[in-house]
Design a protein around this ligand. Structure first.
Ligand SMILES: [Zn+2]
Length: 135
């Protein structure tokens, strides 16, 4: 398991509300198994697999050891492969999106500003099947 004491303060957070959730088409959310990708796992995939950085270089960017980078990357790759092969949804866990909701009709995700309240409907499609997105 990853250490919980890993410093996080200087990492870039690249989460955007449009890409926090990926699901196979035509399967309702409640029927899907979900795999949760941590934001540092996404960042390791971005640096190593999308941009092709060497682990050593990517670890410096994330301000973690090369070994820790390797562990995070391995874990992230395994989760993505599991989702693709087994038809699971991928949810990206992002600390910047607390109190976010997801619409079961269109999979839109948005951050609801009223921390004590709950939205009535999806702001994108007006669907009423909306669920809080756990972080
Ligand atoms: Zn919607």
């Amino acid at each position: 398991m990853l250490s919980l004491s890993r410093p996080k303060k200087n990492r870039q957070v690249l989460c955007s509300p449009d890409s926090l959730y990926f699901k196979p088409r035509a399967i309702p959310l409640r029927a899907l198994e979900e795999t949760v990708l941590a934001d540092d796992e996404l960042e390791s995939l971005r640096l190593a697999d999308l941009y092709g950085l060497y682990h050593k270089e990517a670890a410096v960017r994330m301000q973690i050891s090369r070994q820790t980078f390797g562990n995070i990357l391995k874990s992230g790759r395994k989760k993505v492969a599991d989702a693709l092969v087994n038809g699971k949804a991928i949810r990206i866990q992002c600390e910047a999106f607390s109190n976010a909701f997801i619409c079961d009709d269109c999979a839109h995700i948005w951050k609801f500003e009223d921390l004590a309240g709950r939205p009535d409907a999806c702001p994108h499609c007006s669907g009423e099947k909306i669920y809080p997105l756990p972080l």
